[in-house]
Unconditional design. Structure first.
Length: 49
């Protein structure tokens, strides 16, 4: 499954790991998260516009 991410942020320390990617999602009812994903296959690394 492909999901929408942001990869051009500087690395950030989260707990005991260095994060180099921000995964985008929508917070819903009961604190559930729905990941944002394209509705058809796209080339990995494509720009979000």
């Amino acid at each position: 499954m492909q999901v929408i991410t942001v990869i051009n942020f500087p690395p950030k320390q989260i707990a005991n790991i260095m994060s180099q990617c921000l995964v985008l999602g929508i917070l819903g009812e009961n604190d559930t998260v729905t990941l944002l994903k394209p509705d058809k296959k796209v080339e990995n690394g494509s720009l979000i516009q």
